[in-house]
Design a protein around this ligand. Sequence first.
Ligand SMILES: [Zn+2]
Length: 137
Amino acid sequence: MSGKKVILLVIGSTLLIVLGGPYLVGEVILRPGARERGHLLACQTALIRLQRCLETYAREHEGHFPPDWEALQPYIQALDPEHPRQLCPAAGTPTYRRGYQVSPDQRSCTVVCRGQNHPGVPADFPRWSTREGLQER
Ligand SMILES: [Zn+2]
């Protein structure tokens, strides 16, 4: 290999690393984390929408939360018709339906994203409850 070819090879390799490095870091390292973070934020947003439905139900029922998830459905349809199935974006399934718990006197309730759906976040999180509000972990 001639000296000229070696120099071109070195310049080419350097350019590839300098220009391609940040691109590869963005694609390989940052992007998967950003996608998971986006799913988590969307899941938290879904919980906040459900909070609005639950609080509206309670206002119309003398401070009592729904006895079960089915009782909340008309409120979800009315207040959040864009998201009638209430799917966690990470799980792709209706994790909140399975994660709804109400106290025996129906004065407090909790909605969790049921299962291990978000990398780096414990199972059954995020969640919203009347006592703790929105919790990521
Ligand atoms: Zn979720």
